[in-house]
Design a protein around this ligand. Structure first.
Ligand code: HEC
Length: 158
């Protein structure tokens, strides 16, 4: 009799926890696939699914639309000046290869990494992983949002 009374609320709580966990996961499955983040809550580092997918910084999720060749050309020059000392399209350099980064990260993630690298590498689990691998903190190159958008366009063209 006592056991029954004690177990029921405990089971109810557990049921709710399972429900909450499942609800969260089904929402974030595609985000996790895109960022490579696991679906365990420790792997999320306390970030929302939105932050996991799109990074932390001034840029919210957006659809970049069809590639704008003129914008990409402006981005190519910015990339040469501000990024090519550390990044190549193929192969590891001071930082990771970026030739396929637009397949691995969302547009907002990439722009937030450009505009807010310090916070990204200290709080975002995926960026932290890269930092642990490359051991050089990506510097903030002081690009404007428009310039970061142009660099993104160049990367999308690769
Ligand atoms: C001083 C070297 C350096 C410069 C300059 C630099 N980066 Fe990085 N970048 C890195 C390193 C190293 C990492 C890996 C994370 C870390 O260690 O901070 C990285 C990570 C990244 C990532 C995340 C890649 C991934 O797979 O998650 C992107 C995107 C990126 N850089 C883009 C750029 C762009 C665009 C520029 C130019 C505006 C730039 N970086 C300038 C060193 C640099």
């Amino acid at each position: 009799m006592n056991i029954k009374i004690n177990i029921l609320p405990a089971m109810l709580v557990m049921g709710l926890l399972v429900l909450a966990a499942c609800g969260g996961n089904s929402d974030t499955q595609s985000d996790a696939a895109q960022t490579g983040a696991g679906d365990q809550s420790e792997a999320a580092g306390g970030l929302s699914p939105e932050e996991l997918e799109h990074g932390i910084g001034p840029i919210a999720a957006f659809d970049p639309g069809p590639i704008d060749a003129a914008l990409a050309e402006r981005g190519a020059e910015l990339f040469r000046v501000k990024c090519s000392s550390c990044h190549k399209m193929d192969g590891r350099y001071v930082g990771p290869a970026l030739g396929k980064v637009t397949q691995e990260r969302t547009s907002a993630y990439i722009m937030n990494m450009i505009l807010n690298p310090q916070e990204m590498i200290t709080t975002h689990p995926e960026a932290k992983k890269k930092f642990a691998e490359f051991l050089t903190p990506m510097p903030n190159q002081s690009l404007s949002e428009d310039d970061a958008r142009a660099v993104l366009e160049f990367l999308r063209q690769q």
